[in-house]
Design a protein around this ligand. Structure first.
Ligand code: UDP
Length: 486
């Protein structure tokens, strides 16, 4: 029985927390399987990984980091903007994506230098497939969303089912996919639904799909038992080669790691957990909209009123970009009145630990895939409030397929960086939060969520579906590598 040939895998994550976090988890998951893992990132994103890597190293697990220069100047960006969370305008966002596309050349250079056995590059880097192919290196696409969302996107791009629909509010069926899923035009990106032929976003989406087809395959942060019909659909009908290895966040339950994930933890994790310790089982409602989304002062004010009126204890993470709103976003006397009942975290929260705490009984989320899956993994029911990207699709999965959440009534995709004035009223917030936290329906939802939590745990254990997929992937890569076993 010969020892497997050691594999070297290069991970190239997109420069956003929602991609850096699962990539770190993925790198350590692979490293624990004996793979030599190298993460490629830029100077300002590197601290994100450094402590975690150091700790793994002490455990004898080797993860390297390779720094590349972010081409800010070449793309007309000011120095210091190397992560999506620092972007404050649409114009800056476009320049950022220009800079990201310029990473192609430095990545090519690294591949030439290290010649790894495999490149795991984010879906946002469609050019990576070709770059790796030229050097004979298999490229895996890391697609940080659900099979469900990918199935919907594939169908929408392929059939454009809104073509004969005139009203923005009229539901249409997403053709082909299981479950008779209905959407409206308002839930789609404007660029997509208006069939603007040479729109940059549409072009990018097609390039992403094309690069999936020509790549070695797609890595998914999901698990078989969560969305079996869509795993089957994406593999057999859409025809992609995929491996699901999630929930990736289960690799990571270390208090210190999670505290420093955002580079700027706004509360000590231990302090936060102590606060939760004083609360009853399933009594606290947690609110957070991920690492990039933000609201206007008027909408924050409305959320505050809804939370107060709901009567629930809560932890509310508030991320604001523009300081001009500083004064008016909280109703007068809010914090004094709710002292002990509500905790506001301004900035970055140890989300995974909060969700895992038994006092937390509900989560208001924008349905970013990481947050959604973290909630599922913790068995926490959700109030869904999608804003953009594939979040409206993930909402459908949560509320209609898995039935572990209740929609707050968000109707419309809001364009990136557009000021989110007023999307949802306090009445809707009170209704959804109450429905989720108390009563018979709440109990049913909670028991379904608990069942999923168990399935998630089993999936990553020895012999579980995600564990088996990971093994199968690594075996395949070993066979494929020079000197690999036959
Ligand atoms: N997150 C966190 N603390 C925060 C905000 C976000 O730990 O205060 C983490 C969250 O646990 C998740 C990620 O950031 O892993 C957000 O990813 P998601 O896909 O949910 O949303 P995005 O930020 O990409 O919109």
């Amino acid at each position: 029985d010969s020892k497997p040939h050691p594999l070297h895998i290069l991970f190239c994550p997109h420069l956003a927390h929602g991609h850096l976090i699962p990539t770190t988890d993925m790198a350590r998951l692979f490293a624990r399987q004996g793979v030599k893992a190298t993460i490629v990132t830029t100077q300002l994103n590197a601290p994100f990984f450094s402590q975690i890597i150091e700790r793994e190293r002490k455990l004898g697990i080797e993860i390297d980091i390779h720094i590349i220069k972010f081409p800010s100047a070449e793309a007309g960006l000011p120095e210091g903007i190397e992560n999506i969370s620092s972007i404050t305008s649409r114009e800056m966002g476009l320049k950022f994506f220009k800079a990201v596309s310029l990473l192609q050349q430095p990545l090519e250079q690294i591949l030439e230098e290290c010649h790894p056995n495999c490149l795991v590059a984010d879906a946002m880097f469609p050019w990576a497939t070709e770059v790796a192919r030229k050097l004979g290196i298999p490229r895996l696409v890391f697609n940080g969303t659900s099979y469900f969302a990918l199935s919907v996107i594939d169908s929408l791009l392929r059939y454009e089912p809104w073509k004969n629909i005139t009203s923005d509010y009229q539901p249409f069926e997403v053709p082909g996919i299981p479950g008779k899923i209905k959407m409206t035009k308002l839930q789609q990106p404007v660029e997509l639904r208006e069939s603007i032929v040479d729109d940059k976003m549409k072009v990018l989406m097609h390039q992403v799909l094309e690069s999936e087809i020509t790549s070695y395959g797609v890595l998914m942060n999901s698990f078989q038992e969560l969305e079996p019909a869509y795993v089957e659909y994406y593999r057999n009908i859409v025809g992609r080669k995929t491996w699901h290895i999630g929930p990736l966040s289960l690799c990571n339950r270390n208090t210190e790691d999670i505290s420093q994930r955002g580079n700027a933890a706004s509360i000590d994790a231990v302090e936060c957990l102590r606060w939760l310790d004083s609360k009853k089982h399933n009594s606290v409602f947690y609110i957070c909209f991920g690492s990039v989304s933000w609201f206007s002062a008027a909408q924050l004010n409305e959320i505050a009123k809804g939370l107060e009126a709901s009567g629930q204890d809560f932890i509310w993470v508030v991320r604001k970009v523009n300081n001009e709103d500083e004064e008016e976003w909280l109703p007068e006397g809010f914090e004094e009145r709710l002292k002990g009942k509500g905790l506001i975290i301004r900035g970055w929260a140890p989300q995974v630990l909060i969700l895992d705490h038994e006092a937390v009984g509900g989560f208001m989320t924008h349905c970013g895939w990481n947050s959604t899956l973290e909630s599922i993994t913790a068995g926490v029911p959700m109030v869904t409030w999608p804003l953009s990207n594939e979040q409206f699709y993930n909402e459908k999965l949560v509320t209609e397929i898995l039935r572990v959440g209740i929609g707050v009534g968000a109707q419309e995709w809001s364009r990136w960086m557009e000021k989110r004035k007023f999307l949802v009223t306090k009445e809707n917030i009170i209704k959804a939060v109450t429905q989720l936290m108390v009563g018979e329906e709440a109990n049913d939802i909670r028991s379904r969520a608990s069942a999923l939590k168990l399935m998630a745990k089993r999936a990553v254990e020895e012999g579980g579906s995600s564990h088996s997929d990971l093994k199968a992937l690594l075996d395949g890569l070993r066979l494929n590598s020079p000197g690999g076993e036959q």
